[in-house]
Design a protein around this ligand. Structure first.
Ligand SMILES: C[S@@+](CC[C@H](N)C(=O)[O-])C[C@H]1O[C@@H](n2cnc3c(N)ncnc32)[C@H](O)[C@@H]1O
Length: 231
């Protein structure tokens, strides 16, 4: 995949996110852009994409690399879940900020966040019906991507759904590298094509992988790839 043998240190990426969100004016900007209120900026068509997973109130949902809980808060606003949805992120700082965001939305008993890397999920086999991940997988090297997909297979029940979206490797993605430099987006990252994601999902054990229409993203205006995989 990607032809890039580079190793990415998961903990170091999480620490970089912590610094990025904590410092000065840029930190204020990032805390807005990645919050529930800022979803329209970098996750403009998130509702449209989420529709593909057909999430219901009975579903046990996990958001992998949940950041400060934006998508889970937006979901819990619309759906009265019978089991509180869960979020994990490798950055302790982002989980701390996420807890504040959840309290601010008066949802402390309705969403559960915890620190964990995508490659070691702290859940029992078959604990979830749906796993989501948005804009996270570029931070995983090929080995970690496969390990993480196998972890998702493990924590999903048979027939469970995995909805992912991420920047796509394409000629038009050059703008991402420019925007990353300007915004300070934590390195390192590795982009992939839809075919590369599909192959890794199938290798990890997903039975069915279908493309999901992403709609249009405002910032940065770089193509995304979205896939729905069924265990
Ligand atoms: C660009 S943010 C996306 C946050 C949120 N999912 C969204 O779409 O707004 C990427 C997130 O992935 C997390 N992350 C990066 N590498 C990770 C890993 N190996 N395991 C878990 N989380 C990771 C970062 O800490 C950060 O919160």
């Amino acid at each position: 995949m990607g032809g890039n043998p580079r190793r990415i240190d998961e903990t170091a990426v999480g620490n970089r996110y912590g610094e990025w969100f904590s410092r000065g004016l840029r930190g204020i900007g990032m805390r807005y852009v990645f919050s529930r209120r800022g979803l329209w900026v970098i996750n403009t068509p998130y509702r449209h994409i989420l529709n593909a997973a057909n999430i219901t109130a009975e579903d046990r949902v996990l958001d992998l690399g949940c950041g400060i809980g934006n998508i889970l808060i937006a979901l819990a606003e619309r759906i009265g879940f019978s089991h509180p949805p869960a979020g994990v992120d490798v950055s302790p700082d982002l989980i701390r900020i996420g807890e504040r965001e959840i309290a601010r939305a008066a949802m402390h008993d309705r969403i559960r966040l915890q620190v964990a890397p995508a490659t070691h999920l702290p859940f029992e086999d078959g604990s979830f019906d749906v796993v989501l991940t948005s804009h996270v997988l570029k931070h995983l090297d090929d080995e970690a991507l496969l390990t993480s997909f196998r972890e998702v297979v493990r924590v999903l029940r048979p027939g469970g759904r995995f909805l992912l979206w991420e920047f796509e490797k394409s000629a038009r993605s050059a703008l991402l590298f420019w925007s990353a430099r300007v915004s300070g987006l934590p390195p390192a990252f590795q982009l992939r094509t839809m075919a590369e994601f599909s192959r890794a999902l199938q290798l990890a054990g997903f039975h069915r992988v279908v493309r999901v229409d992403t709609g249009i993203f405002l910032m940065p205006p770089v193509p995304r790839v979205a896939l729905l995989a069924t265990r």
